[in-house]
Write a protein that binds this ligand. Sequence first.
Ligand code: ZN
Ligand code: ZN
Ligand code: FE
Length: 758
Amino acid sequence: MAQTQDAVAVPARLGIRVEGVVQGVGFRPFVHGLARSLDLTGRVVNDAAGVSIEVQGAPDRLARFLERLPLEAPPAAVVETVSVDTLPLADDAAFVIGPSIVSAGHTALVTPDIATCEACRREVLDPTARRYRYPFTSCSACGPRFTIARDVPYDRAATTMAAFAMCGDCAREYADPADRRFHAEPIACPACGPRLRLHDADGRTLDGDPLARAAAAIRAGRIVAVKGLGGYHLAVAAQDEAAVARLRSRKHREEKPFAVMAAGLDSARTLVEVDATAAELLTGVERPIVLLRHRPGAGLAASVAPGNAWLGVMLPYTPLHHLLLHEVGAPIVLTSGNRSDEPIAYRDAEAGERLRDIADLWLTHDRSIHIRTDDSVVRVVAAAPQLVRRARGYAPRPITLPWVLPRAVLACGAELKSTVCLARGRHAFLSHHLGDLEHYETFAAFTQAIEHLGRLFDVTPEVIAHDLHPEYLSTKWARERGERLVGVQHHHAHVAACLADNGETGPVIGVALDGLGYGTDGTLWGGEFLVADLAAFTRVGHLATVPMPGGSAAIREPWRMAAAYLHRAFEGGEIALGVHARHVGVWRAVVELGGAHAPLTSSAGRLFDAVAAILDVRDRVSYEGQAAIELEQLAGDLPATPYPIEIRLVGDGFELDGAGLIRAVAADVIAGTGRALIAARFHESLAEAIVGGCRAARERSGLDAVALSGGVFQNARLLARAIERLDGEGFRVLRHRRVPPNDGGVSLGQAVVAARVA
Ligand code: ZN
Ligand code: ZN
Ligand code: FE
């Protein structure tokens, strides 16, 4: 607040540039309010690179302005840089919001969708407010952005809100700089905005209040398809076992856990263990699904997350979700609207069609979704958030790099958990999670994302980066283009992604552990120690290769990897262990006749599979990574000592002896050691193997920075232990922060490598 002693000070005028995510997040109304509260004059405008402010007044009030500017910025804003100049005094009457400066080819960046802010949440629950129970309430600090943006410049006409003409009241709020809806492009109210509709499988509209009827249906155990921000979800009462089981069987989803939406933090705390980091994630503007430890006796149906110690929980992120949760009065399962692992339905006609045999009712509305986005998924690992799936709420926020890319790049990513990345200057625009490219619709989303992001962010690629795997659809697509191509090895891309994520360029010891990636020697890699920078890499070590009997069949059937590893470990004289005994009929054939159909792999993910099968965790999986996830859960927090793991020097590199590790596991099984303890010992062993490999790589390279990447590092126990042990050995550890360690980050790595080497 203004204080009287300022009055005598000689006024000054500052020019302030703010860069980062500062457009479309309510930044100008915030600056306007802050300046006015300090009795300063001047102006704020959006320009090509951010927000430009001129502010004039007494020096100590200006100092307070500068201090509060980054601290009190709207929650969805990301202030990256603030630069300040002194300007000559000017003659302003007040502080105003000026017209945007639009330079050629450059306009306000489209931001991610922003969860409903507290003011809007209160408003929709306030019976005296104009927007009471209005599910499409938003303001300049919250609401849909990326999912409704059709084109640039980002204004209402270029969004799917163009179909709705503002009423007089909304138009006044939109035009008033003092209103928190000033220039809120998706502004709407019950008089002028989108409306809800409830219909049945035949498209017949049901009478009455759609929201109240949908909530009643959910309470009564029905399955309701709900149109959200990025697509349709399926909602069902989370405490109703019959309803959840019905959803599971209709969706053909055998075991993969469902996410649950709780009304608020207090409700979430009754379901899962919520620490401070988790609470921040749950209530943040991105509102991801947060994977947290299930509380026993939480009252949820057993079918929500069968046999799973972890539960994905999220809080409402649109007024529709707030209102629905409020009226249902209990947590709901809110899972993507699709069958099995197809892409999520997002157009009304396809939702009616594709969810016909799953949903009982459809709670829909007339605002269309332009870009399909899934919910994001985050886990807290070693005291920090780690993205598992980066989509709604995060995309298309750029990954800002502390260096300037020499050329604009399009990176096409991998195949599963596909993303693309367009990068220019200091910004890498990583797309939302697209899914498995083998689905026709996902592939369509892949080409759409390339075109859309290129247009929204004005990126004209000079180079196209792709994986080396010739069968990836992303590789084939890239190779059909005429432009300059750069093939980037999969694990080099993983390590580069981790470097970019941390704003570093290397060189570094890269540890890339994942399911599979195409190597440069014709084998399938996935347990790799690289010495790498953005331009190049050397493979200094890896897990010793084993055959993968039946090729990709081994991914779905972990017992095949157990067979291969036991065979290797005991050189054909293997002993019958649980899984082995069950599959003894096909065992020999698989191992011996595998031959050409048993590509060699050094994958760490496949080693997890082998151990999971040997411990009878499972011999078949119904979703990717399931065996490893369950093995991690089996190990829990049980303290354990590692098995010794041999590091052999081979040629000018080293090999980690996975078969020796399997011999130790088998000996423990025979000795009757508990399965959980064996699983725990396996995790400890792998952490030790990482440390051992890094020591060998350090001796050779003199480097002490280690980048950990690849899908295996989604394993919290392994990552936490590896970080702790590497720290203890004097390594400096880089882990993922802004992008997932899995293949969802590969396109970012490809982009920074291709920009450097092309
Ligand atoms: Zn709001
Ligand atoms: Zn209105
Ligand atoms: Fe990978």
